[in-house]
Design a protein around this ligand. Structure first.
Ligand SMILES: Nc1nc2c(c(=O)[nH]1)N[C@H]1C(S)=C(S)[C@@H](COP(=O)(O)O)O[C@H]1N2
Ligand SMILES: [Mo]
Length: 250
């Protein structure tokens, strides 16, 4: 199996799995998923997301992060299970240093103007997926509606997995290529890709694009996110951070 952790002499290799990379057979054995091979059949490809979501829910090891997530993506979660949310129970709260805190339902977000962006996706561990459409509401629109106070300098993102978090400076958050995304690859975001709503930060490594987004809190200063507390760069520009030289994505 190809290692998820490229050798980078002189600096610690980025790591997004909780386990050591292991052979495919070991992963499958651990998960009891001996039938995974059949998932590669094209007719069953559409079931992959649902399959991965349920596999991760039963995976105490975190090794599902080493499994493919369809179309060149890898499935990542830092928790062993994530609740499923839909139009009935999804909520996104915007609060913190704002004049008009508010909670959005999925219907609320769908009713706002949608922006579609097509760029490459680049993970800091090395994998890249070309020309991926994301669609949703510009984060800047939600911030403007909330009325950001002059003392604010940053935004913190939290997730209904109960563990992941991310951050942007206010200037970064206001870029036109930063979305609260409802759709990916021209489909509603599935659970395995962070649905029903994830953040999409086009110019940055994909760890910035928090899945299962549930909270947007305007803060005074940047609060480093989950991976940033574990060594990743807070300013995560593709090609000029984390010691990497990938082609920029945006
Ligand atoms: N809530 C949450 N968001 C997350 C992560 C995570 O573990 N939990 N992993 C990040 C990383 S490192 C990557 S590469 C992408 C993976 O997205 P995918 O599972 O849709 O391929 O999600 C990012 N957002
Ligand atoms: Mo990543």
């Amino acid at each position: 199996m190809k290692s998820e952790q490229p050798e980078e002499p002189g600096r610690p290799a980025p790591s997004e799995g909780r386990g050591t990379p292991v052979g495919r057979r070991v992963v499958l054995g651990t998960l009891g998923l001996g039938a995974l091979g059949v998932v590669a059949a094209p007719t069953l490809q559409r079931n992959l997301e649902a399959f991965l979501g349920s596999a991760a829910d039963k995976d105490p090891t975190g090794l599902t992060g080493l499994l493919p997530n369809g179309g060149g993506f890898r499935y990542y979660s830092v928790t062993s299970s994530v609740p499923h949310k839909n139009a009935e129970n999804y909520a996104l709260t915007v609060d913190g240093l704002v004049d008009h805190p508010r909670t959005y339902t999925l219907a609320d977000l769908r009713a706002l103007p949608q922006t579609r962006i097509v760029k490459d996706v680049q993970c800091v561990t090395g994998w890249r997926v070309p020309d991926t459409p994301f669609e949703g509401v510009r984060l800047s629109r939600l911030l403007d509606a909330a009325g950001v106070r002059p003392s604010a300098g940053a935004v913190r993102f939290t997730c209904f997995d109960g563990a992941y978090s991310e951050s942007l400076t206010l200037d970064q958050a206001r870029r036109s290529d930063v979305l609260v995304a409802l759709r990916m690859q021209d489909k509603d975001l599935g659970h395995a890709h962070g649905g029903p709503v994830r953040l999409y930060v086009a110019p940055m490594y994909f760890y910035k694009s928090a899945k299962w987004l549930s909270g947007i809190t305007v803060t005074e200063d940047v609060k480093p996110g989950y991976w940033e507390k574990r060594g990743y760069d807070v300013d995560a520009w593709v090609g000029r951070s984390n010691g990497r030289d990938d082609e920029p994505t945006s």
